[in-house]
Design a protein around this ligand. Sequence first.
Ligand code: GDD
Ligand code: MG
Length: 325
Amino acid sequence: KIVNVILSGGVGSRLWPLSRKSRPKQYLPIFEEQSLFEKTVIRNSKVCNQVMVVGGVDNYQLSREILNKEESSNYLELVEAAPRNTAAAIAFAAFSLPEDAIMLVTPSDHLIGDQDVYDTSINQAIEMAKKGSLVTFGLIPTKPETGFGYIEHEGNDVLGFREKPGLIQAQSYLKQGNFLWNSGMFCFEAGTYLSELEKHEPEVFKTSKVALENAKDGFLPLDLSMEIPSISVDYAVMEKSDKIKVVPSSFSWSDMGSFEALFDYYPEGSKEKVDGNLVLGSGKHVEFVGLEDVVLVETKDAILVLNRSNAQDVKKVYERLEKEN
Ligand code: GDD
Ligand code: MG
């Protein structure tokens, strides 16, 4: 049994105001009229025989709509009362599956190309997962991005995993040459993940187990969820486990996490690119004078203007607005 566990709990705060709590970025039909969520489901449907979505109360309806459309009515869903980060989200899925089920854990918000290359990497990972490894997918880094995890490797062996290093660290990783970006997708047996989680983060293990045991029809209870420490799988398990392996991969991959990623995604000459600037969501005629590398985003009730190099700071705007409301 191979299950595609889709993590869909993030709000995509760095893409505000396109991305909203009520419609996070993975559900926006911004790429060839398909949402990133839908693309994820389709991409993995060849290799996986089941889909399990772990999402939040604010958006599970949006996942359902898409899954019903994809006629993969054979899906499971877990609905979080509050986001408790990815270590717990993956644990909920693992606790719900047989120990030897293979989990292909994927984000719901990435853009991936080269399906054949992708399939080959996944199949390789599945074989390694069957032998008890926690498998990551590594991509060749092209810049010292600080928003990613870095995998130091020798072939499939992992020498070290470092989540979101500082800039100087990231620069030295690029220079050393034997580091890959962590794609954010993982493959392992449910039992392997749970025993590594128990070993390295026993508190997350215990509290997510209790929360899941008290779930009703897949809906997790809020009070017990709040007991779970919020930590990502990267810090909780990947940085610590000695069972990690990597499949060095070369499919095209973009984490559509920020406006800088979108800036890079849209080619010069597309209607979104105006004189070296990016315009999204505006139906109006836009002109730039003396400006480059600017991103302008317009929605019904908000306008955002920023320099692309400040793309990571949009999260702060989102957080401030959340607090004020
Ligand atoms: N269900 C659920 N619950 N999903 C969640 C939660 C949660 O509490 N928090 C985050 N997610 C989902 C997000 O929606 C996304 O699909 C995925 O889990 C990863 O979370 P991100 O918040 O996007 O992580 P990141 O981008 O900072 O870092 C991860 O991905 C990078 C590549 O894109 C790490 O794995 C990095 O190491 C990696 O390089
Ligand atoms: Mg991400």
